[in-house]
Design a protein around this ligand. Structure first.
Ligand SMILES: CC(C)(COP(=O)(O)OP(=O)(O)OC[C@H]1O[C@@H](n2cnc3c(N)ncnc32)[C@H](O)[C@@H]1OP(=O)(O)O)[C@@H](O)C(=O)NCCC(=O)NCCS
Length: 322
């Protein structure tokens, strides 16, 4: 069986930037509070005309260019998103049409902030089993649309963006293992409690917003991510010293620091974008990965630890050789 290797990455952030100073004008908060509790200084926000697919398309095209392939070589498209363009067709189908790759399978994954890791894991299985040779996995969000901009406990945390990878079959090691988990008993701690078949009225009123019990989420996230570090290393019979880079989900610098500590990694081996992106949900891991590959920190042959945690709760990791 062949490995699935990342052969190209891409990212995209909408132009508009919202700083902590801007938020101070909108809600009762301060740059000091946001910085101290989260590490976030600014985030990008899509304009009212920009859709998740718009962001996904640019990230995908950047990944295709970086991989040096033609879009028509893609045999599988997975888009991880919590903020799809429409109820249906999936954002992956809309993206497929834009890329002109008609025919191959395309579908969305909903695992909130862990969505990209879920998508990566699924694509890897398709490649490993020989079903497809080349896959596009995108994490894309216009999370700003499900934020109550008058709720200071959530509006300071999130941002919009998209990240993408091209995976290809290879005899050289790529993804070594992925680990996916979920526990729906925590659904009430982080949720948008409205949808098509539940609380549809809330959706119709345009008030379907993120609700979160932040400190509870924080505690479970730290505990759970520590466990998945152990699980991932054990599955590969590897020790902390063999990890070159941690590319974590970017929700809060304090959660990231705790995971880095568990991996015994100094912060200069951790890719941090939360300061300038905020939490872009499914886009955060591929965006961070793309930035660190493009600026030359992550090099071919490096061992990468990717992890994420999100609503559901869902959580997951991927260990790979870049
Ligand atoms: C949200 C989070 C930053 C809050 O930090 P915290 O240290 O847990 O703070 P708390 O929620 O306990 O709130 C502390 C105080 O700050 C206040 N506060 C909350 N948001 C605030 C804001 N934006 N500005 C100023 N004060 C704020 C609270 O009202 C509370 O005030 P009180 O003590 O008078 O009641 C933190 O819990 C967190 O990051 N949680 C995880 C979130 C996450 O990762 N979500 C996504 C998972 S993918």
């Amino acid at each position: 069986m062949s490995y699935a290797r990342i052969i190209g990455t891409g990212g995209f952030l909408p132009e508009k930037v919202l700083t902590n100073a801007d938020l101070e004008q909108m809600v009762d908060t301060s740059d000091e509070w946001i910085t101290k509790r989260t590490g976030i200084k600014k985030r990008h926000v899509a304009d009212s005309e920009q859709t998740t697919c718009d962001l996904a398309e640019i990230a995908a095209r950047n990944a295709i260019d970086a991989a040096g392939i033609q879009a028509r070589e893609i045999e599988l498209i997975i888009v991880a998103t919590t903020t799809p363009n429409r109820v249906f067709p999936s954002t992956a189908c809309l993206l497929q049409q834009r890329l002109g790759v008609n025919g191959p399978a395309a579908f969305d994954i909903q695992a909130v902030c862990t969505g990209f890791i879920y998508g990566l894991s699924i694509a890897e299985k398709f490649i490993r089993t020989g079903s497809v040779k080349t896959a596009l996995v995108v994490g894309a969000e216009v999370f700003s649309r499900i934020i109550d901009w008058s709720d200071r406990t959530t509006c300071v945390l999130f941002g919009d963006g998209a990240g993408a990878v091209i995976l290809q079959a290879s005899s050289e090691p790529g993804i070594l293992s992925t680990h996916l988990h979920a526990d729906g008993s925590y659904q009430h701690l982080l949720t948008v409690p409205a949808g098509i078949s539940e609380s549809y009225d809330v959706l119709k009123q345009g008030t379907a917003f993120v609700q979160m019990q932040g400190s509870e989420v924080f505690k479970v996230a730290v505990r759970t991510l520590e466990k998945i570090v152990e699980e991932t290393l054990a599955a590969n019979n590897m020790s902390q010293e063999q990890i070159d880079w941690l590319i974590p989900h970017q929700a809060n610098i304090r959660i990231i620091t705790a995971t880095a500590k568990k991996l015994n990694l100094s912060m200069d081996r951790v890719i941090v974008t939360v300061d300038s992106h905020g939490n872009t949900s499914a886009a955060s891991v591929p965006l961070a990965l793309d930035i660190a590959i493009r600026d030359g920190r992550i090099k071919r042959g490096d061992t990468l630890f990717l992890e994420a945690f999100g609503g559901g709760f869902t959580w997951g990791s991927a260990l790979l050789i870049y």
